[in-house]
Design a protein around this ligand. Structure first.
Ligand code: NAD
Length: 501
């Protein structure tokens, strides 16, 4: 009998006896290490109701007091980041340095939110009309829900929590049921930092919990990150129920390499961005677009580097492997299946990750890095999100053909161009239909004081995550028009439409 991971509700752990549960698995061994309780619609209702009460008081607390909680949380998370990272490695499988890296990126958003007071300054225009001043303020929304995916169990919640809380909202977090422990650890640290009970709750669960949040009348906004079909569903359902929704979806990120590029730099970047975190990153490079005539040389350099990559458990003693297992057996099989699909579609399998032996337990969900060359534009291997350690190479004759290829897919999350030609890079930045672009930078994740988000089928809604757009998403504007009458300033009776004077 394995332990059941509880929800975090009203500042305490809660397990509901007899409730549905799901397994928590260590992907490096295939062993079920625990269970996670799934929230019912009724439980979500209770949580939202208490969040509404707690959030109202939190939203009225002074900015100074709220900011003090942010600073305390920053210190606690920094001190305990290894504990959070270890939980991620145990349930997600990513190697320790990668797990720590995602907590670090989350910390940067916390640091951004520590300066929230500066971003919540309103505006004031005096004497807009005779004796009349106009000011604008931004206020919290109330209760907001965050629904996160398996691949960043700490970073994605931390894209939203610091900004939503700092701006005075209450948050209900529904993390991925596949690696849920990090969310509980983070919620515990917020409580230790002084966040009042009920302002942040964690409800675990599946579609039932998500659906309950999407239709709940007291949930004002939804921040979702996950696959495109679910993102679309969340956006459509949430907005149909009157909510503000930002739903970040899947990706298929291209790296274009022009003939004048530094090919060693490009090969290093392709390997790092293609196979880091076993390719389970929404900003991973999964399609390499080689502009003639450099294809053969680039593929050879990449294959040479791949020969040195190791796969293995992140908690294994000794030297850390380069990449860990995939999240589930089904996902590993699905990703591996694309290698057969690619061959059937006429591509060339240059490196077959199925032949790479893992270091450690053979029971895990392993797949080594794979390289497929001569992938046809628009083929399944090119067009579909694989979300694993599979790098496709497409050959094109010109820059224009490369640009057209990138813009042909429905996704628009991230992309990179590798070149020494500033003019070509500048043109690509202007012309590519993608939300985040790197120039000789393969994973262009924006710093916390910018905002993160893709275009097209990679984002439903028009507001990106964190940074200034995050502040905008979690607040709403109010404009106040004020007159302080002076003695004898009566305007008399006038039923006409008010005019400025
Ligand atoms: P997913 O869509 O399966 O799950 C995401 C969340 O939605 C989870 O909390 C899950 O419990 C819930 N969910 C799943 N199916 C649902 C349904 N039918 N109805 C309601 N809720 C449902 O995604 P995942 O497999 O956990 O994560 C991987 C995906 O997330 C990839 O497609 C990846 O590209 C994407 N992703 C995108 C970004 C980005 O910034 N655009 C970042 C990280 C991950």
């Amino acid at each position: 009998m394995t332990a059941v991971l509880p929800h975090w509700i009203d500042g305490a752990s809660l397990t509901v006896p007899g409730a549905r549960t799901g397994p928590i698995t260590n992907p490096a061994t295939g062993e079920v290490t625990g269970e996670v309780g799934f929230a019912s619609t009724a439980l979500v209702d209770t949580v939202v109701t208490s969040a509404r009460v707690a959030g109202a008081a939190w939203g009225r607390l002074s900015l100074t007091r709220r900011t003090q909680v942010l600073f305390a949380f920053r210190e606690l998370l920094n001190a305990r980041k290894h504990e959070v990272a270890a939980a991620i490695t145990a349930e997600h499988g990513k190697v320790p340095s990668d797990a720590l890296g995602e907590v670090q990126r989350g910390l940067e958003v916390v640091e951004f939110a520590c300066g929230i007071a500066h971003l919540l300054k309103g505006g004031l225009s005096m004497e807009v009309s005779t004796g009349i001043d106009v000011s604008s303020v931004r206020q919290p929304l109330g209760v907001v829900a965050v629904i996160s995916p398996f691949n960043f169990p700490a970073m994605v919640p931390l894209w939203f929590l610091p900004v939503a809380l700092a701006t005075g909202n209450a948050v209900v977090l529904k993390p991925s049921e596949k690696d849920p422990t990090a969310a509980n650890l983070i919620a515990g640290l917020w409580a230790e930092a002084g966040l009042p009970a009920g302002v942040l709750s964690v409800v675990h669960g599946d579609k039932e919990a998500v659906d309950a949040l999407l239709v709940h009348p007291d949930v004002a906004a939804i921040s979702f990150v996950g696959s495109t079909p679910v993102a679309r569903y969340v956006y459509e359902t949430g907005t149909a129920h009157g909510k503000r929704v930002q739903a970040l979806g899947g990706a298929k990120n291209h790296m274009v390499v022009l003939p004048d590029a530094d090919l060693d730099l490009a090969a290093d970047a392709a390997v790092n961005a293609g196979f880091g975190s076993a390719g389970e990153r929404c900003m991973a490079i999964s399609a390499l677009v080689a502009v003639d005539p450099i294809g053969d040389e680039l593929v050879a350099k990449i294959a040479e580097r791949m020969a040195g990559l190791t796969i293995g458990a992140g908690d294994a003693t000794g030297v850390e492997p380069d990449l860990g297992p995939l999240i589930t057996r089904e996902h590993r099989d699905r990703v591996a299946g694309y290698l057969d699909v690619g061959v059937a579609e006429g591509a060339t399998l240059v490196v077959d990750g199925r032949t790479v032996a893992p270091r450690g337990d053979a029971g895990g969900f392993w797949l080594g890095p794979s390289l497929i060359d001569h992938v046809a534009p628009g083929s399944r291997v090119h067009a579909e999100e694989i979300f694993g350690p599979v790098l496709s190479v497409l050959r094109v004759p010109t820059y224009d053909a490369a640009l057209a290829l990138v813009n042909s897919l429905p996704y628009g999350n991230g992309t990179a161009i590798f070149t020494r030609d500033g003019g070509a890079a500048r043109r690509y930045v202007a012309e590519v239909e993608v939300g985040m672009v790197g120039v000789n930078v393969p994973i262009p994740v924006p710093a916390a004081f910018y905002s993160f988000g893709g275009w097209k089928a990679s984002l439903f809604g028009d507001t990106h995550a964190y940074g200034p757009e995050g502040v905008h998403f979690f607040t709403r504007g109010k404009v106040v028009t004020t007159r302080w009458p002076e003695p004898d300033s009566s305007t008399g009776i006038n039923l006409g439409f008010p005019q400025n004077s």
